[in-house]
Design a binder for this molecule. Structure first.
Ligand SMILES: [Zn+2]
Length: 106
């Protein structure tokens, strides 16, 4: 039976499964859309490099870093986005800037 890799769309500490988990399924089964353990949305992961990258960013975030990736002139994607922060930072819009007070606790 094929084994697929799924990833929780939202981090869910309440779920006993890790954020990324493998799920064995019968080929005729439809791909999972929700986690069989906690019922929150999951998506199938096709590229392992994508996971690594995403996980690296999570690690950075957990260590207190903020990482911005330039997507356009003056527009940056906040790949270490925390709750309450916007996905894209616009250099001209201070309200989209990462919330540093949340990061700098010490
Ligand atoms: Zn789950």
């Amino acid at each position: 039976m094929p084994i697929y890799t799924y990833e929780h769309k939202e981090e869910n500490p309440a779920c006993g499964k890790s954020p990324v988990f493998e799920w064995e399924q019968v080929a005729r089964d439809l791909p999972l859309t929700v986690c069989p353990f906690c019922g929150t949305p999951v998506e199938r992961v096709l590229s392992p490099s994508h996971i690594k990258k995403r996980h690296f960013n999570c690690e950075l975030r957990d260590k207190g870093f903020t990482k911005l990736v330039r997507v356009d002139e003056g527009i940056f994607e906040n790949v270490t986005r925390r709750p309450g922060e916007s996905k894209y930072m616009d250099r001209r819009k201070p309200e989209t800037f990462p919330i540093l007070e949340k990061t700098i606790k010490d």
